[in-house]
Write a protein that binds this ligand. Structure first.
Ligand SMILES: [Zn+2]
Length: 190
């Protein structure tokens, strides 16, 4: 069975769950359907459109402990296995992690200073900044906001999910009232 993208009450992508889990959330009225396929699921008592995207009724605060560790694997996944200088997508073994500001120049190992680079770009850049090397980043590196999506990888993401995943809107969590926060539902992030 397929997977379903779960959005927070703020429409911020939160997680990816199985269709079965999504249906449980829907039946318990913890979530509503945002997008569904044309396929239908029938049981003795009800007929449901198979969901593709659901939205939680209550806001879920994402705990800090879920922040993603900074590793070669997570950096490559964040960058969709694409060289951030030339856009090449070689096999994973031909991808490296590049410090934008080199460590030898005081650059830190931080989400905002590491990018995926192919071997030729990394060699060409050497111990220089992109400016000095006359190279440009495709996009400034950022701390990934949507952990589940990084872990899943772009390849498995459903086409319908793209407009939610790629949305650059800032999460509106801070606008949610305290009363709403107290009614948070627990979502299994595993
Ligand atoms: Zn490259």
């Amino acid at each position: 069975m397929g997977h379903v993208l779960v959005l927070n009450a703020t429409f911020e992508p939160l997680n990816i769950v199985t269709v079965r889990r999504a249906i449980v959330l829907l039946l318990k009225e913890k979530a509503e359907v945002i997008e569904a396929t044309e396929a239908q699921m029938r049981s003795q008592y009800l007929t449901l459109d198979v969901p593709l995207v659901i939205r939680l009724v209550y806001y879920v605060r994402v705990p800090r402990r879920l922040f993603l560790p900074l590793t070669r694997r997570t950096i490559l996944a964040r960058d969709h296995y694409t060289c951030q200088y030339c856009g090449a997508q070689p096999v994973k073994s031909r991808l490296t992690v590049d410090h934008v500001v080199p460590r030898s120049r005081g650059g830190e190992t931080d989400w905002k200073n590491v990018v995926t680079a192919c071997v030729p770009c990394n060699q060409r850049k050497g111990q220089r900044t992109p400016g000095e090397a006359g190279m440009r980043l495709l996009a400034p590196p950022q701390r990934p906001r949507y952990i589940a999506l990084v872990l899943l990888g772009k390849a498995q993401a459903h086409e319908t999910w793209q407009k939610y995943i790629l949305s650059d809107k800032e999460p509106k969590g801070e606008c949610i009232s305290d009363k709403t926060r107290k009614r948070m539902v627990f979502v299994n992030m595993a």
